[in-house]
Structure formats: C-alpha cells, structure tokens
Design a protein around this ligand. Structure first.
Ligand SMILES: [Fe+2]
Length: 238
C-alpha cells in the first residue's frame, strides 16, 4: 500500500488525513463553505477517503467548544452531500496546551478525540515548551486518551533538542508531522527535522494541517516527496 507511485501521484498512500481546519469561520482555517468544499474536493481527487478535521481550540484566540465544532461539521456534511462528494468527514480538535485545556481534561466527555484509541491532537506555543506539558500528558493518559503532538518539527524550542521528542515518545506521546514541512513549506529548519524524524521512524502520523485553499499546491507537491512511512498510523483510522 505504501510506496513510490511516480511523478504525479502520491508518493505515499494515506487514506485518512488527521489534521486540518476545514470547518468555515470558526478558526484561522476555511473562510467560507465554498472554500471548505474546494479543499475537500482536492482531498478526494488525491485519493483520500476520510478527513478528520481539527479546528483550533485555544482559550484566548479560538474559544471553540465541542458543540460549536459539531454544529459546523453538520452544516459541512450537508453541503458535502449536496455537492455530491463521497469523502467522509469527522471532527476532532487541535488543542492549545494551556491551563484551560488542562482543566477541560477533567471533563473528559467534552474532549474531542479520534480513532478507537482516543487520540487527542495538541499543540504548544512555537517559541517555548509549556511548563504544564508533562501534567497534560499525564492527565490525558489517566483519562484514557493518547496524546498526539502536532507538528513537532515547527517548534523553535525543539530545533536543537531531538532528545526531548524521543523522551516524550517513550512516555506515550505520538508525533504528527505536517506533510508540507517535508518540502520546505515552513523553512529549512522544520524541513530538516521532519525528514530526520521520518528517517528515525519517529513519525506516528502525517497530516496536511490545511487551512486555506492557497496551500493546496504545496500540499500536493509534498505528497510526491519520497518518504519511508514505516510507522504511519493514519490508515488504521479508516
Ligand atoms: Fe493545525
């Protein structure tokens, strides 16, 4: 299933995308339902079968709730069937690690996870590692969730500290790299780390982190990047 298929096709076969911002007007993702549909059409044409979209939940900038996300998902699903797309869509969230997220974990039925292992996608600030990181991981695990750290290759505080990623992975944190990082979409540093993580078999998930349709060309280019995705768990989520 995984392998190199030539110049115009995906170099790796991922049927399920686990990180995107496709519900319109609730975060910095799609600005309209038409833009959401344009991105979903591209996913379908690229061979994706299912999208698990992950709006930001950030207490300061995007104070979304499970109810807001589920209602946006419902509207989007109706439009998907109206325009005749066959791709499936579910929603989880991308949680920003802060004290509000830590408190929310206590209320575990509010947490939007995905897959039968209850993966929870989370991000940190780009410049500094949150002091509560270990506590968040502990609480998520205690409540039966599996933490997934979004785009570790993009955090500046990690540029010279791969050992921390090895340590948290042993503690049960899964790692998700962003596809376009592999082809330099976020600069040379993230490109190097994303490729290094793949080489060391430390990548559990790959995701598009697609926000806007103008990111599609680079995303499509990244799918032609030759990778060795031995540990990828995306397709277990079909
Ligand atoms: Fe994201």
């Amino acid at each position: 299933m995984l392998g190199w298929f030539g110049n115009n096709k995906k170099a790796y076969s991922v049927d399920v995308d686990i990180h995107s911002h496709l519900i319109p007007e609730i975060d910095d993702g799609a600005r309209s339902i038409d833009e959401s549909i344009a991105m979903l059409t591209s996913f379908q044409q690229l061979g994706y079968k299912k999208i698990i979209t992950t709006p930001h939940i950030h207490s300061e900038y995007y104070p979304n709730t499970k109810q807001v996300i589920e209602s946006g998902l419902q509207t989007l699903k109706e439009e998907i069937s109206r325009v005749g797309l066959t791709i499936k869509i579910e929603a989880a969230a991308e949680y920003y690690i802060d004290s509000e997220f830590l408190s929310l974990i206590e209320n575990s039925e509010e947490i939007m996870s995905f897959g039968r292992f209850k993966y929870v996608l989370m991000e940190t600030p780009f410049m500094n590692k949150p002091l509560i990181f270990d506590e968040v991981v502990f609480q998520l695990k205690s409540h039966g969730f599996v933490p997934v750290l979004a785009h570790p290759e993009r955090y500046t505080y990690l540029m010279d500290d791969m050992s921390w990623l090895k340590k948290i992975r042993i503690q049960g944190v899964q790692l998700q790299i962003t596809s376009s990082s592999l082809v330099g979409g976020y600069g040379k540093g993230p490109q190097k780390i994303a490729n290094q993580l793949l080489k060391e078999n430390m990548v559990d998930f790959i995701g598009s982190d697609l926000h806007r349709k103008n990111q599609l060309p680079l995303f499509e280019k990244s799918l032609r990047h030759k990778i060795i995705p031995q540990n990828l768990k995306n397709n277990e989520l079909i």
